[in-house]
Design a protein around this ligand. Structure first.
Ligand code: BV8
Ligand code: ZN
Length: 247
């Protein structure tokens, strides 16, 4: 794939003091992790992820939701970071200030070496109690699904943010600060429909900050982006890095 980047994009990236990046499930697609809105496979094909990733679904059928996350955890456990993840880790070493905000719950940015990743939606490999909220990463596989909390005997759940649940104040405030402070904002591999994450690039746009979308498909924000790079992040990001910092 021969790619010509707009010269002023490369200049802006190279001269940026603060680069902010928001990633979505598309950045993990080339690692074999199905994107959030991809058709789910096998026995999960008949479920809409948006219906399962809610406290209501967990209350209604805790075993089903727990088993869905156990299936997704098995996919994530086998996944390895792809060239896009490594390129973002590399980019952070080229710029004075770099903020990586992710909607993903798969931990692949950290595995690729990115530090201080803002996980807006939590991490699928972490577990907490649905009742008392304590983190419970060690629990006996009692055979019960979901397992129970050793502190209050409540049901355990993945430590992710479900639809209808608030994001943690800490993650959200840091993400908005970066969107407001950065010189260029890259929105990579996200369908830009989930809020409040999708309002981060808008925050930057409204301040006149240059914004870049990297996605093979169009999203509702595509028409508003300063630059649109249509293609897979695992291919485009390494090329963008090489074109911006060739030596
Ligand atoms: C909140 C963790 C306040 C769990 C996730 C009505 C009622 C109630 C709420 C709402 C409502 N209307 C709006 C809301 C708010 C709601 C929302 O945004 N709903 C939308 C979807 C309609 N948001 C919330 O509820 C948030 N909380 O607002 O709290 C509140 C409180 C009470 C009541 C109301 C509000 C919580 C949102 C977080 C939900 N949890 N994940 C889990 O993972 O199981 S979000 C979920 O979507 C995933 O984390 C995912 O990361 C995220 C965003 O999706 P994307 O990452 O964009 O992935 P997607 O599959 O959609 O797109 C992939 C993209 O990649 C595509 O564009 C594709 O083209 C592209 N792609 C494919 N291959 C590649 C690629 N790109 C690059 N390279 C490739 N190779
Ligand atoms: Zn508990």
């Amino acid at each position: 794939m021969n790619v010509e980047f707009p010269p002023d994009l490369l200049l802006r990236l190279k001269s940026a003091n603060h680069v902010a990046v928001l990633t979505g499930a598309g950045t993990s697609a080339e690692s074999g992790v199905p994107t959030f809105r991809d058709a789910q496979t096998g026995l999960w094909a008949k479920y809409d992820p948006q219906e399962l990733a809610t406290p209501q679904a967990f209350r209604h059928n805790p075993a089903l939701v727990w088993d869905w996350y156990t299936w997704r955890r098995s996919l994530v456990a086998k996944a390895k970071p792809n060239a896009g993840h490594f390129a973002l880790a590399q980019m952070s070493s080229y710029v004075p200030e770099f903020t990586l905000i992710t909607q993903n719950v798969d931990g692949l940015h950290q595995q690729a070496g990115s530090l201080d990743v803002i996980e807006l939606h939590g991490n699928i490999m972490h577990t907490k109690c649905f009742n008392c909220g304590r983190p419970v990463d060690e629990y006996q596989g009692t055979g019960e699904s979901p397992p129970r909390c050793p502190y209050c005997d409540g049901l355990l759940r993945p430590d992710v943010v479900w639809f209808g649940e608030n994001l943690t104040e800490y993650a959200l405030s840091r993400a908005f600060l970066a969107a407001r402070d950065c010189d260029i904002f890259l929105s990579i591999g996200t369908s830009s429909v989930t809020l409040p994450a999708a309002s981060l690039p808008v925050e930057a746009m409204e301040l006149g900050t240059s914004t870049v979308e990297i996605n093979p498909d169009r999203t509702p924000l595509t028409p508003h982006m300063t630059y649109v790079l249509a293609g897979p992040s695992g291919v485009l990001l390494p090329k963008l890095i090489h074109a911006t910092w060739p030596d």
